[in-house]
Design a protein around this ligand. Structure first.
Ligand code: PEP
Ligand code: MN
Length: 332
């Protein structure tokens, strides 16, 4: 259940409710929102005078539900808006990993040449082998920071575990919680206590219910700037790396109030399929895209097979505009 306390209700009342029902709560401009388990269907009558609105749910998709907010939430990053009333499909692109000053500079210049505003690149890579390149860590974050000021770009970069979360919070504009990290409740809870946009990726073995409940961990702590990202789930198919769940995206658009971004790169796993898949994603009317592109994918230190080279990326990018226009959207 979600309740809205009336304007300026005494904190003693709120605290009593929170303790009685094990509720989460956070403050909006002039009222408090409290969230309990969805199994609670009614509260003690003594709170009646202090509560203005009550929302009852069948399951724990609550703050993220369209039954709570019928309108899509708006997540703002400076003058860039995801969701809300905007018609934007926001392109976030860049290499899988920051590898060197020269490499990330080339990526930044390529984005600038297309007037794109958000650079993606990882510094703490959640690799499946300890012997693979693990990322440049803090040195990589500092290189991204340079790109931010030199090229006036916003940065999205991923947190792998809680050991470096404070650095990620300091250096990123959007915090990416990856497919493996999305179950880390330390990360989710820390991200719930800041105001920066969080891009939460779906784990590859995660149901939609579990995925949105992970978002609830962030929302219920008071950070309402959550963006969901579908990046492929594991199925019986082995010819592609994962299976991009577009049905799941339709579900998220219909039932949740959160902006939705698609990452076709990690789903496909092979560069040849990315342009077609990206065009299909745009046609779904989503709020953003996350695409890997590298100056020379053959020598990339991570995810080499799936990154578009810069020419391929530009060609694909230019092909997206008519599709976006046809559904009343604009790629920026
Ligand atoms: C990435 O974006 O480079 C990445 C590791 O993604 P995921 O968490 O989806 O595997
Ligand atoms: Mn990658």
């Amino acid at each position: 259940m979600i309740v809205h306390f009336k304007k300026d209700v005494d904190s003693i009342i709120v605290n009593k409710f929170v303790a009685q029902y094990g509720a989460f709560h956070f403050k909006k401009k002039d009222y408090v929102v409290a969230i309990t388990s969805s199994s609670l269907k009614e509260f003690d009558l003594s709170y009646d005078d202090f509560i203005s609105d009550t929302f009852v749910f069948n399951d724990d998709i609550q703050l993220a539900s369209k039954k709570y907010l019928t309108k899509k939430r708006s997540v703002k990053l400076g003058d860039i808006e995801f969701g809300g009333d905007s018609k934007n499909i926001i392109m976030m692109a860049g290499p899988c990993s920051v590898e060197s000053k020269e490499q990330i500079e080339e990526s930044s210049l390529m984005l600038k040449s297309l007037n794109l505003k958000i650079l993606r690149a990882g510094c703490y890579k959640p690799r499946t082998s300890p012997y693979s390149f693990q990322g440049l860590g803090l040195e990589g974050l500092k290189l991204l920071d340079k790109m931010r000021s030199k090229h006036d770009l916003k940065i999205i970069t991923e947190v792998r575990d809680s050991s470096h979360i404070e650095d990620i919070i300091e250096y990123s504009d959007i915090i990416q919680i990856g497919a493996k990290a999305m179950y880390d409740q330390g990360i989710l809870k820390r991200c719930s206590k800041i105001n920066k946009p969080i891009l939460l990726k779906r784990g590859f073995g995660t149901t939609l219910q579990e995925f949105v409940q992970a978002a609830e961990f962030i929302l219920s702590g008071g950070n309402e700037n959550v963006i969901l990202c579908e990046r492929g789930i594991r199925t019986f198919e082995t010819k592609t790396r994962f299976t991009l769940d577009l049905c799941g995206v339709a579900y998220l658009k219909e039932h949740t109030n959160l902006p939705v971004v698609l990452d076709p790169t990690h789903a496909m796993g092979h560069a040849y399929g990315i342009p077609d898949l990206t065009r299909a994603c745009v046609a779904m009317g989503i709020d953003g895209l996350l695409i890997e592109t590298h100056i020379n994918p053959k020598v990339a230190k991570s995810d080499a097979s799936q990154q578009l080279d810069h020419e391929e990326f530009k060609k694909m990018f230019n092909s997206l505009h008519p599709i976006a226009k046809a559904i009343g959207k604009e790629i920026i």
